[in-house]
Design a protein around this ligand. Sequence first.
Ligand code: ZN
Ligand code: ZN
Length: 94
Amino acid sequence: MEDFQSYRDNGVLTLEELRNHYSSCFTCGVSWSEDHVSLDCSECGGYAMQRPCPACDGQCCSIWSRDMAASHHSRQAKWEGQCKGGWKVPERLL
Ligand SMILES: [Zn+2]
Ligand SMILES: [Zn+2]
């Protein structure tokens, strides 16, 4: 804990803290990596790190992963994945 404290005193975030920050919602602050999510937050988009295929509403059974950089940047949930059913992805999800 001593190291941790000295990082704090220097005002420098530890790598762990940075990682936690990055995998959290910048809008509402919940931790996606801990599977927390706000249902009414557009950056969360109702899911944490993964969600069923948004193109076909999960019918193809593929799981998409959150694009964290894009989500943070646009303040909207963005997902990466491929629809096994071949459905076109609505533009707002790209
Ligand atoms: Zn959020
Ligand atoms: Zn699909």
